[in-house]
Design a protein around this ligand. Sequence first.
Ligand code: IMP
Ligand code: MG
Length: 174
Amino acid sequence: MTTDDGIRDIVFSEETIHARVLELGREITKAYAPSDRLLVIGVLKGSFLFLADLVRAIDVPHEVDFLVASSYGNAMVSSGEVMLLYDPETELTGRPVLLVEDIVETGTTLSTLIPRLTKRGASSIDVVTLLHKRLTAGELEPRWVGFDAPNSFLVGYGLDHAGAFRHLPYIASL
Ligand code: IMP
Ligand code: MG
């Protein structure tokens, strides 16, 4: 197993994540029809591993695109300002969108992204997040949540601290 300096505890193992991602894929598959033309949008960078595993577990035809959002810089506390660095090119009008997030903390990222995608004419926008810290009772709640997460700073399986640890196959606390 890959190890790295500074890791304290493994919070979700590779096996635990894998099993939950397969379950999420099955639930999402049931929620959409083949004629829906589902568009799955990964919120980069943090969702890249989750997205890659999840789309292989979604058994309904769909397209994949990305957007790039950034709120942390190099800190462990969100700046509260969400920068959108890349907007999906795919036509959204009349299509259901599934937004794939790594982790929801305060919900600021979602409350910035969802109105923007709504404005572009998506017929519905649902969110699947691997982790949820539940720091706010936001009005924009994800439809699917992989795991409730402890309120510590987590890294691995896509999550980073200052760019490091994204490649770890498990999720750990710093
Ligand atoms: P929110 O906008 O406060 O909900 O924060 C969501 C974003 O903050 C996520 O998409 C992550 O990029 C980042 N984030 C929140 N908590 C953590 C963490 O524990 N580790 C790494 N990134 C985090
Ligand atoms: Mg993120």
